[in-house]
Design a protein around this ligand. Structure first.
Ligand code: TXA
Ligand code: MG
Length: 315
């Protein structure tokens, strides 16, 4: 299959309206979208990504009218989060409306809904005219794509169209908050920090033990965000062993930066989050064997960053 590259949201949206899949930019990572109301279209996402069928997808909406199409109801806590964080990098788990086929949610009675704030994503969703189900646009088990080139590397020949945009602003995926219980529960840390959620809903908690996350969000059971190189987490930069086939990323420079194949020193945790997945892919392209990643404090975006680093390091 030929993969068309376009910068026109309208041209990309035409594929969605025909029931095909399209990769598009958002403020977090690139998504691989299909008409969320068409089962045949949604199945194409799972095929292109080779994604396990029980891993639920996030439905992207342009406005409140689309949100009403996909959610059977919107609990008061979700209204509060919508008022503060939509559009933006936040996904809410809500009761699923009957119009949304079960395949979207891996059979769960709920649906993940997000309204991106990226202008190209907004123009694309408005042009589609339907809610768009989209996971990250990587092959299953690979790091999420933060550039259209990364999407191309993973999915060229497997999807008919990529809507080209800039490198994504945040670099990590949205925060996923379950709003179907008595209090909001963070199922996946992400771009909207726990601190910011608690500032508006103090009762918000992190899904504690693994069993709870697995029961509520099956996707988290799969190995994620994994580059082909071995990822080693370290506290002090001195723990990184300088070698030509090793890479280093962190907030503080390693002792002998020139002895490493690749080094990225980030000004703060936001810059680290922005750089991480692209750095993983660069290390891979350079054929490096080990990537040393400096740990950060689990505050703000640091909580999401540490979550992704832990997953990538679990081989
Ligand atoms: O930033 C993002 O969220 C990106 C962009 C494209 O929007 N999307 C993304 O999708 O990261 P994906 O499929 O890679 O991750 C979706 C996460 C998974 O952990 C999945 O288990 C969870 O959201 N999820 C989706 N629907 C759910 C549901 N109904 N109940 C529980 N968890 C759900
Ligand atoms: Mg993903």
């Amino acid at each position: 299959m030929e993969t068309l590259l376009t910068t026109e949201p309208e041209e990309a949206a035409a594929f969605i309206r025909r029931g095909e899949v399209v990769a598009f930019p958002t403020e977090t990572v690139y998504g691989l979208g299909a008409d969320a109301l068409r089962e045949d279209a949604v199945r194409r996402i799972f095929e292109a990504k080779e994604r396990p069928a029980d891993n639920p997808l996030i439905v992207h909406v342009a406005d409140r009218a689309m949100l009403r199409q996909v959610a059977a109801s919107v609990p008061p806590m979700a209204e509060t989060l919508i008022a503060h964080f939509f559009p933006g990098p936040l996904t809410l788990i809500l009761p699923r409306a009957p119009a949304v086929p079960a395949v979207v949610s891996g059979g769960l009675p709920t649906v993940g809904v997000r309204m991106p704030r990226h202008p190209v994503a907004q123009a694309f969703l408005a042009a589609c005219g339907v809610p768009v189900a989209a996971p990250s646009a990587n092959r299953s088990g690979r790091p999420s794509p933060t550039t259209w080139e990364a999407v191309y590397a993973d999915l060229a020949g497997r999807i008919p169209c990529i809507l080209r945009g800039d490198r994504t602003e945040v670099g990590l995926e949205s925060t996923v908050v379950d709003c179907t219980g008595p209090v909001p529960v963070v199922l996946r840390a992400g771009a909207v920090s726990l601190e910011r959620l608690r500032a508006v809903l103090p009762q918000t908690r992190l899904a504690g033990d693994t069993a709870e996350v697995l029961a509520r969000s099956p996707g988290t059971r799969y190995r994620h965000y994994a580059p082909r190189a071995r990822v080693r987490l370290i506290d002090a930069p001195e723990e990184a062993m300088p070698a030509e086939d090793a890479a280093y990323i962190g907030l503080v420079p390693p002792p002998e930066p020139r002895a490493f194949g690749l080094v990225r020193v980030c000004a703060d945790a936001d810059a680290y989050a922005h750089a991480l997945f692209d750095f993983f892919r660069r290390c891979e392209a350079a054929g490096l064997g080990t990537i040393y990643c400096q740990r950060v404090a689990p505050e703000g975006i640091g909580l999401a960053l540490m979550d992704r680093l832990h997953r990538a390091s679990r081989a």
